[in-house]
Write a protein that binds this ligand. Structure first.
Ligand code: CA
Length: 670
């Protein structure tokens, strides 16, 4: 591991998690508790939009190397800037077709690039791994990472470097794919591929025989079975092991996926894979027989420290299921697991067997069941950080439950195929507000977790639903953006909130820190999108236009300019239709849930996507070419002619118009 990858005072942020250990802790100290009041905007970059597309979410971690910044925006577009002036050096647009968004669960987001030598690597939404010249941004080669282009595979994760290999997984679990991770040589040749679940054909590698024993004889092959490695990996060069987190099962209910039961390896697992050979050294499954979308794709941090009187090489993770895991990363042995948030699906994890003791009530059927955490997890993709100085892990925690029930349906290509229906607390809360009821709203907290004692050291006050990734620094600070538009700065020891910088833009991505010519900077991408479709009502981002921005802060900088304000909803000219067909509208509502709701938010909630209840009146009579033929696919609204027909569009239209007529202009903006 190079000095830069370890930190050690190096000025750069050269890898996704700063180093291969993914600690996301900067060794820089110029910005500290004594001068954090002087932090202000050094520069901003906001010229993200390519080919006239609409604004989308920003999830990337920028890399800072030799005085330059390299990062992705929506649609897998790569930007290179001067890290001091913000001047654009080059842009690379991989040309992702708008229609490919049909295959994406959660927006056209991307979480960043990898750099090895003089090349920048990016995984594209449509499944390619592209190698770019670091000076010019020109593409040197492209590898097709997809085993089946007809399936709903996407890439939103950042590639990782392990030795001279480039690793990339993919997404698509909710749409019905089979997960795997691929390792490429620097010339673009596939070195190895590890499938995370068995397939209907012969086993591609020996580990699948072991996995197959934990599935029914005839599992739901149509649905791909899931296990996608859509986000996190870390790497230990000394052990030669790459750690890969795998996703949930497809479909969600274990009983539909594998009717005979079983743990369903390697779903929701941490896999330790030999970087050279692609062979599995060990695995640890966090959620055997997952039925709740409890992925273990969340960030895995490598930590060396003394626990129980022994120096241990550890790997720690706070996956969606709500438990904080401490494992020996040499052997995979479970050292401890304790809940970092409220958990209802399991009482505890048995330290002897390493297995969770599941609450039988957490399994669900056709009747609704309330389970905590929600499908969004106690912690999602937003990266956490580990400070070797405080010994604490700083976790962006989400507090929410969900109502879930089975809803079996035949497999439908390029559609959400989860076999379950969910009301998460967020949308319930919006509905409650409409009905004048009050229930516990979903919220978020920054939790400083002591991994040795397995307990909370401090926690921030609850914030709005959805918070951002985390950076800690040797200056004794913790930085975290939030969906409320604030960049928060905490004292790493005490948790005191030292500062909140208003940006007017929802922040989900994690900040980084770098240094050029002795000056330290903090950089973070802003812009709302991805899985959470709605802003917190009343929050700053609901008041300002949702624009993609890279915000870079330094000492003695300026105030952050706020984006243009959003005006009151445009009064819509009344649609001439007055009498609505209730049954048709109900069918439209069901179709909307299946096909539209993964992007377009419920009526009345603020959202980065076009509000379908507030379209210009003539558009309601012109939906067919848009919805069926993809007339706006260039802007990112794909066509659905393969699964919907004119009668379906009429039903959706009836639903939109009837809903608006029933509820009038009631809004939850304030
Ligand atoms: Ca999932």
């Amino acid at each position: 591991m190079s000095a830069a990858a370890h930190g050690g005072g190096a000025p750069d942020w050269p890898l996704h998690g700063h180093g291969h250990a993914e600690q996301r802790h900067s060794p820089l100290t110029s910005i500290d508790r004594s001068n954090v009041d002087r932090l202000g905007l050094a520069f901003e970059f906001s010229d993200f939009v390519v080919r006239g597309r609409t604004h989308r979410g920003n999830e990337a971690t920028p890399l800072a190397v030799d005085g330059r910044l390299y990062f992705t925006g929506p649609w897998s577009v790569v930007y290179a800037l001067d890290a001091v002036t913000g001047e654009r050096l080059w842009t690379y647009d991989p040309g992702v077709p708008g229609q490919w968004l049909r295959k994406a669960c959660c927006d056209a987001v991307n979480r960043g690039v990898a750099i090895l030598g003089a090349r920048v690597y990016v995984g594209t939404l449509d499944g390619y791994l592209d190698a770019l010249d670091i000076e010019s941004g020109e593409r040197l080669w492209r590898a097709d990472t997809l085993t089946q282009r007809s399936r709903a595979y996407t890439i939103t994760g950042a590639p990782r470097i392990a030795g001279d290999r480039i690793l990339i997984g993919n997404g698509g679990g909710e749409l019905g794919v089979r997960g795997y991770v691929s390792a490429y040589d620097t010339d673009g040749r596939l070195a190895w591929r590890f499938f995370t679940v068995p397939g209907p054909g012969d086993d591609e590698h020996p580990e699948l025989a072991q996995a197959r024993k934990t599935w029914s004889e005839n599992p739901a092959w149509d649905f791909g079975l899931g296990g996608t490695a859509w986000d996190s990996m870390s790497y230990d060069p000394a052990l030669g092991l790459v750690y890969v987190g795998t996703g949930n099962g497809s479909p969600w209910p274990a009983g539909q996926r594998s009717p005979g039961g079983g743990d369903n390896l390697f779903l929701s697992s941490i896999l330790a894979i030999e970087a050279n050979t692609g062979r599995l050294r060990w695995h640890y499954q966090t959620t055997p027989g997952d039925s709740w979308d409890y992925t273990a794709t969340q960030q895995m941090i490598l930590v060396d420290r003394r626990i129980g009187g022994r120096d241990r090489k550890l790997i720690v993770q706070a996956p969606k299921n709500g438990f904080f895991y401490v494992l020996d990363r040499v052997t995979g042995e479970l050292i401890s697991a304790e809940p970092y948030t409220e958990v209802s699906w399991a009482g505890h994890v048995d330290p002897k067997t390493g297995r969770p003791v599941q609450n039988p009530d957490a399994r669900y059927g056709a009747a609704r069941n309330i389970v905590r955490p929600s499908l969004f997890g106690g912690h999602n993709w937003q990266p956490m950080s580990y400070s070797p100085a405080t010994g604490l892990v700083y976790i962006p925690v989400l507090e929410s439950d969900m109502e879930i029930r089975t809803e079996p349906r035949p497999f439908m290509p390029d559609s959400i195929n989860v076999g379950a229906a969910v009301d998460d607390a967020r949308s319930r809360h919006a509905a409650d507000a409409l009905l004048g009821e009050r229930r516990r709203p979903p919220s978020s907290r920054l939790v400083a977790w002591d991994p040795a004692r397995q307990r909370e050291a401090w926690s921030s006050l609850p914030g709005t639903w959805w918070n951002g990734g985390v950076l800690s620094t040797a200056g004794g600070l913790v930085f975290q953006g939030a969906a409320d538009g604030g960049l928060w700065i905490y004292d790493a020891d005490s948790g005191d909130a030292l500062r909140r910088i208003e940006t007017g833009s929802a922040i989900l991505a994690a900040p980084i820190s770098y240094e050029v010519d002795g000056a330290q900077y903090i950089a973070v991408l802003a812009g709302f999108g991805g899985a959470p479709k709605t802003y917190p009502p009343g929050s700053a981002p609901a008041k300002y236009r949702n624009l993609e921005r890279l915000l870079v802060f330094g000492l003695d900088g300026d105030d952050v300019p706020l984006p243009p304000r959003v005006g009151p909803p445009e009064p819509r000219a009344a649609h001439p239709q007055r009498v609505f067909d209730k049954a048709l509208a109900a069918r439209g509502s069901a179709l909307f849930t299946v096909h539209c709701a993964r992007c377009h938010a419920p009526r009345g909630t603020p959202n980065g996507y076009p509000n379908l209840w507030n379209l210009p009146a003539p558009l309601y009579d012109a939906l067919e070419p848009i919805v069926l033929d993809g007339a706006l696919s260039g802007a990112g609204m794909p066509g659905y002619a393969d699964v919907l027909g004119p009668a379906d569009v009429a039903a959706i239209r009836e639903y939109l118009l009837r809903d608006e007529a029933l509820y009038g202009r009631a809004r939850l903006l304030e």
